[in-house]
Design a protein around this ligand. Structure first.
Ligand code: HEM
Ligand code: CA
Ligand code: CA
Length: 306
């Protein structure tokens, strides 16, 4: 892992970057809650494709950018908008103008939305540079799918130096935000020839899901991923898993597979244990594939290479 990032990176070039980003994110969050889950998911999708280099923000205009891939198309626009607004706020300060990378702004905004929804505050390492490349093809097989089992999840996260514990802690991000019905419809309607409903799914919850997401529902309908505290960044996600109330196979498998169940039980029993593990894991996630020093650039416009 690179240790080239440092929390004080902008100490002389933009000493107030953290407060500038925080107020922009706070303002956006007051306008719409989606700011939080959208920004958090955006950071994850950025880091898993070409590293945390803000490649996800680039728009090529020809439908061939990273963000045009089917796995990224459901990224909510409010996450992109959050970074654009925070970047504008940073650049409106003459001292900071074109000094702070879009990748670092996304990392800071992510920390801020976690805190704004009741999650832990943590120090963000800085010094990432922005990438210049964004292609649809680069996303292929880089992001986990909602039907993944434990081994698939572990091997995908391990590729980026993330352990099973990191993976379980990061999955806790599903404690806030929304999912479209099609992502889990198989689990409630045609799971297998033997069971129409996934037997690892809580039966009452499955019936509720069927009500919210009937067959042939408008594909734009999205529901809360955490049925208990959908707007709070807490360990309810793990308590839900203990009740069979994980929305995706990739969520529920963390409890149904005995190799990960112990960690789920630990996080369910202690919000502090979850918060600590999440901070460690998201800090590691923030180091994945980073560009530093003279690599990449400080993008002037987060949606286009300079
Ligand atoms: C472990 C494997 C993971 C899988 C299979 C997965 C899959 C998904 C899927 C399918 C959705 C719903 C998208 C939609 O229907 O619109 C979603 C939403 C979300 N994911 Fe994940 N995800 C994973 C890990 C993560 C991680 C590591 C993070 C962040 C640290 C994250 C953050 C989110 C958030 C916040 C949302 C809600 C987005 C919104 O409300 O706009 N996920 N995820
Ligand atoms: Ca990236
Ligand atoms: Ca929650």
């Amino acid at each position: 892992q690179s240790t080239k990032l440092t929390p004080n990176f902008y100490k002389t070039t933009c000493p107030n970057v953290e407060s500038i980003v925080r107020s922009a994110v706070q303002k956006k969050f007051q306008q719409t809650f989606v700011t939080a889950p959208a920004t958090l998911r955006l950071f994850f999708h950025d880091c898993f494709v070409r590293g945390c280099d803000a490649s996800i923000l680039l728009a090529t205009g020809n439908g061939n950018a990273e963000k045009d891939h089917p796995d990224d198309i459901s990224l909510a626009g409010d996450g992109f908008d959050t970074v654009i607004k925070a970047k504008a706020a940073v650049d409106s300060n003459p001292q900071c103008r074109n000094k702070v990378s879009c990748a670092d702004i996304l990392a800071l905004a992510t920390r801020d939305v976690v805190q704004l929804t009741g999650g832990p505050f943590y120090t963000v390492e800085l010094g990432r540079r922005d990438g210049r490349i964004s292609t649809k093809a680069s996303v292929q097989r880089q992001l986990p799918g909602p039907n993944f089992k434990l081994d698939q999840l572990n091997s995908m996260f391990a590729r980026h130096g993330l352990s099973q514990t990191d993976m379980i802690a990061l999955s806790g991000a599903h404690t806030i935000g929304f999912a479209h019905c099609g992502r889990f419809s198989k689990r409630i309607f045609n799971f297998s020839p033997r069971n129409t409903i996934d037997p690892t799914l809580n039966f009452r919850y499955a019936l509720q899901l069927r009500q919210m997401c009937p067959r042939n529902v408008d594909p734009r309908i999205a529901i809360n991923m955490d049925p208990t505290t959908p707007r709070t960044f807490d360990n309810a996600y793990y308590k839900n898993l203990q009740q069979g109330m994980g929305l995706f196979t990739s969520d529920q498998v963390l409890f149904s597979d005995p190799r990960s169940r112990g960690t789920v039980n630990l996080f369910a029993s202690s919000n502090a244990a979850f918060h600590n593990a999440f901070v460690a894991a998201i800090t590691k996630l923030g180091r994945v594939g980073i560009l530093t020093g003279k690599q990449g650039e400080i993008r002037r416009d987060c949606t286009r290479p300079n």
